[in-house]
Design a protein around this ligand. Structure first.
Ligand code: URA
Length: 209
């Protein structure tokens, strides 16, 4: 319960530092995000159950392991989640994909859903929800609540950076869902940005600033 896995692998930490630098270009930022996302996918899938299948190599028959169960579902919280999604699909090419679109109501500051599309048969699937920044945690909390209703076998939440405030909010709502993150930063500023952070992840990956 209330698991936070910080992915301290040197390759992840090195790439994250390059992404944080304010002078890193859009194309480098996007490339690094893809690379780091593959490494995060490797870590987050490390406990997937395996089942043996009888196969034949050119030399002999053998029992060999394959990932058990239905295809994994990667769920991107729009829009910045798409950067992580693209990277993860490089090493999980058969994964199914869902999208959740949320915006923040300016009066209530609560997340409001504007888009939700996931594969039809979600029950018994392992799901991985992705969003680069766990800042206030409100979008992540809403996304997990929505996915829980589809009754998947498991849910994991993956982000690049997280703020202590976001982790607290997330785990108060969903203590049963593990968080995988490359770093836990110092704090959120008054505008809801992670400090020191890397700025606006969506703007940096899409060049929209
Ligand atoms: N979203 C971002 O893109 N960056 C932050 O620092 C916080 C939320």
């Amino acid at each position: 319960m209330r698991e936070v896995h910080v992915i301290s692998h040197p390759l992840v930490q090195h790439k994250l530092t390059l992404m944080r630098k304010k002078d890193t270009s859009t194309s480098s930022f996007r490339k690094l995000l893809h690379e780091i996302s593959m490494l995060l996918a490797y870590e987050v899938t490390r406990d997937l159950p395996l089942a043996n299948e009888r196969i034949e190599t050119p030399l002999a028959a053998m029992n060999a392991p394959l990932i058990d169960g239905k295809k994994i579902v990667l769920i991107s919280i729009l829009r910045a989640g798409n950067g992580i999604l693209d990277g993860m699909l490089n090493i999980l090419p058969s994964a199914r994909v869902g999208h959740i679109g949320l915006y923040r109501d300016e009066k209530t500051l609560e997340p409001v859903e504007y888009y939700f599309r996931v594969p039809q048969e979600m029950n018994d699937r392992d799901t991985i929800i992705v969003d680069p920044m766990l800042a206030t945690g409100n979008s992540a909390v809403a996304a997990v609540a929505k996915i829980k209703k589809t009754l998947p076998r498991s849910i994991k939440f993956v982000c690049l950076l997280s703020a202590p405030e976001g982790i607290k909010t997330f785990h108060e709502a969903h203590p049963d869902i593990p968080i995988f993150t490359a770093a836990v930063d110092e704090h959120l500023n008054e505008k809801g940005y992670i400090v020191p952070g890397l700025g606006d992840a969506g703007d940096r990956m899409f060049g929209t600033r």
